[in-house]
Design a protein around this ligand. Structure first.
Ligand code: SF4
Length: 280
């Protein structure tokens, strides 16, 4: 039996499932791509054809998804084991699954848990799902978490003493900040005003199974706002020439590669870009 091929076919089907689930959102930016090259976003929005992802890369991504799923299940397990404290609120994922849970103290809402909750920021044309957040109505703190996996090399760039303070990129910080911006849209619905914000990435080392929490500085929130504003300015320029946003040639004409800030942000981005074959 060719198990490797069978697995590849399975992963292809998962990728199709993902596309199906996101139908109707093709003209929106994905929060999980915060910090990526501006042009890459615009190729995606205009429906440019993507290079086929290699089977090995697909497997690497799948491993991340599985760890992520386990963390999500673990938080739900915690809630299910404390049903006396938790009540379920709305479906925020669009899948029918509840994504908002809250605890009560003295008959009043205390903590609100958001799990895989859908965020939508219309003014920046962004959609996405945050991993996990807690709004504590009592202390007025909000905590936003994102789960990430890393192999040992990336882990050493992040946490190794040799590379101390050499952050390999800022995409994850921008992503987390974007989730916070999206989450803030729900604060009014749950009658919550945050007085302090904490953002963390929960890292999982795929080689050693070590875990670490990395606190993220709040200055990334402003950087994320600037980033999405600038991307939307590019979107507006392209939309003027191509109102349907369906012609990637206009993207090439409007944003020439290597001539503009953020196209790409870092040279290595092009090596992993699914649009490298059409980018000029
Ligand atoms: S090939 Fe490079 S410049 Fe072109 S879209 Fe991809 S990352 Fe951006």
């Amino acid at each position: 039996m060719e198990i490797e091929q069978i697995y590849s076919q399975f992963l292809d089907s998962k990728s199709n499932e993902y596309k199906e689930k996101h139908k109707g959102m093709e003209k929106l930016f994905s929060a999980s791509s915060a910090g990526h090259c501006y042009k890459k976003h615009m190729f995606k929005i205009t429906g440019a054809s993507e290079k086929q992802i290699e089977a090995r890369s697909q497997r690497i991504m799948r491993l991340g998804t599985l760890v992520h799923q386990d963390f999500e299940d673990a938080i739900k397990y915690y809630i299910n084991n404390n049903t006396d404290k938790f009540a379920t609120s709305s479906d925020g994922s669009g899948t029918g699954e509840p994504t908002q849970f809250y605890t009560r103290v003295d008959g009043k809402q205390d903590k609100v848990f958001f799990i895989e909750h859908r965020i939508h920021i219309p003014e920046y044309n962004i959609v996405g799902h945050l991993d996990f957040a807690v709004a504590d109505k009592n202390s007025k703190d909000v905590y936003v978490y994102d789960y990430k996996t890393a192999a040992s090399y990336k882990w050493s760039l992040k946490f190794g003493r040799k590379y101390k303070d050499k952050n390999p990129n800022f995409n994850y910080e921008m992503q987390l900040s974007t989730y916070l911006l999206g989450l803030q849209k729900h604060f009014e619905e749950i009658d919550f005003q945050a007085e302090s914000i904490q953002m963390s990435i929960i890292w999982y080392n795929k080689d050693t199974s070590r875990m670490r929490e990395e606190k993220i500085q709040l200055e990334y929130i402003d950087m994320a706002i600037n980033y999405w504003e600038e991307l939307n300015q590019w979107r507006d320029s392209i939309e003027k020439e191509n109102p349907e946003l369906d012609n990637h040639d206009i993207v090439n004409l409007t944003i020439p590669r290597f001539k503009e800030v953020g196209v790409p942000f870092q040279d290595w981005e092009c090596n992993y870009c699914p649009y490298e074959h059409i980018c000029k």
